[in-house]
Ligand binder design. Structure first.
Ligand code: OSB
Ligand code: MG
Length: 374
């Protein structure tokens, strides 16, 4: 029996500048602040996780600081209590702590990587992944003008991304997407509103039905599944939920209510890989297509997304674009490369990418070492 016996946890706090600012309906990102979680076992082996909460609570209520607080004061002490036999036990152990899914997920991800390495398996294999390659799309932020947007879309279509997602908001929606459709009649495209609409906008949202979109992502409130069901009944474009889904139970309820036809799975938002797999299995059973979302991750988070996407029911291209799209230099080696819209799953044990220590240290602004007292 393989035990995961934790000796210490290192929280590396990093700040990395994005190559280009990324704008959504709720705000603009110039840089990303996050934690690389390094869990070291008694034999000195390291597993890595990455926290995905942003500096401000715009996407969800979690932030970099709430993640730090939850990990240090509550979650890491629970991991130190006793050795683990399997990463699935992490979410069980975290159950007494309500929500704070991104904090939980960052730690759980590091345990999964460590577990896969101990078993000398890739993380993808350990999760039950079957694919050797995955298809990916790209998410494009709100641009200063339609002209700018058409240029950016053109670049990424040429790069071969399998699906183009365009951020939308009131005043930057139907007319803009219509123009993109006119210039790129056959691409797979979709819109993501990040909760910018209400049911009062139903007529505007109905217009999108003309554009042959794969889906519209999270049009309504971040905490809603009732109005989304009303909207889905009124429009043809499939609704995909992002912000509203935090668990297997949320997924079950959204499917039962008809709130969506597609689900965006983000590992951090649902509290980790174990919960993500449960959501995958339920959606497979129910015939609901899923894809893996993104949180502007650096390489470690990106590697976790890639491993998860190797599961068979991730049938739609996700948001895991190439490292170079976001970062001048990523913290992993090799960086994530996308060729003609395809990522080849790495075959090294664990995440399959090495952490580039010198780059990690270059972006690190704080290092906290927590030693297991037991
Ligand atoms: O809604 O999926 C989202 C970025 C930041 C916050 C929320 C979202 C996004 C993206 C980009 O769409 C995902 C990525 O490229 O990592
Ligand atoms: Mg989204």
């Amino acid at each position: 029996m393989i035990h995961i016996d934790i000796r210490e946890v290192i929280l590396h706090r990093l700040v990395m500048k994005l190559n280009d600012p990324f704008t959504t309906s709720f705000g603009s990102f110039q840089e990303k602040e996050f934690f690389v979680i390094e869990i070291i076992d008694q034999e000195g082996r390291s597993g890595f996780g990455e926290s995905v909460a942003f500096s401000s609570p715009w996407y969800s209520e979690e932030t970099v600081e709430t993640n730090a607080h939850m990990m240090k004061e509550f979650l890491i002490p629970l991991l130190f209590k006793a050795p683990l036999e399997h990463p699935n036990e992490v979410s069980e152990r975290f159950k007494p702590i309500r929500r704070n899914n991104m904090a939980k997920s960052a730690l759980e991800g590091a345990v999964w990587d460590l577990f896969a390495k101990k078993n000398n398996q890739t993380l993808a294999q350990t999760l039950g992944g079957e694919k050797k390659q995955i298809e990916v799309g790209i998410s494009i932020g709100i641009q200063p003008s339609i002209h700018d947007l058409l240029k950016v879309v053109g670049t990424h279509v040429e790069e071969g991304y399998k699906r183009i997602k365009i951020k939308i908001k009131p005043g930057w929606d139907y007319e803009v997407l219509k123009e993109v459709r006119k210039h790129f009649p056959s691409i797979s495209m979709m819109g993501d509103a990040n909760s910018a609409y209400t049911l009062n906008d139903i007529e505007q949202l109905k217009k999108l039905d003309d554009l042959g979109l794969m889906m519209i992502e999270q049009p309504l409130a971040h905490d809603d599944i009732i109005d989304h069901a009303k909207l889905q009944a009124a429009i043809q474009t499939p609704v995909c939920l992002d912000e509203s889904i935090h668990s297997l139970e949320d997924t079950r309820k959204a499917i039962e209510l008809g709130s969506c036809q597609i689900i965006n799975v983000k590992i951090g938002r649902v509290g980790g890989l174990s919960e993500s797999i449960k959501i995958h299995d339920l959606c497979q059973q129910k015939g609901i297509p899923i894809w893996c979302g993104g949180m502007l991750e650096a390489g470690i988070g990106r590697a976790h997304n890639i491993a998860l996407t190797s599961l068979p029911h991730f049938t739609l291209p996700g948001d895991t674009a190439a490292s170079a799209r976001y970062w001048e230099k990523d913290i992993i080696q090799p960086e994530v490369i996308v060729e003609n819209g395809v990522i080849t799953i790495p075959d090294h044990p664990g995440l399959g990418y090495e952490v580039n220590r010198s780059v990690l240290e270059k972006y690190r602004v704080e290092k906290t070492v927590l030693v297991n007292p037991n």
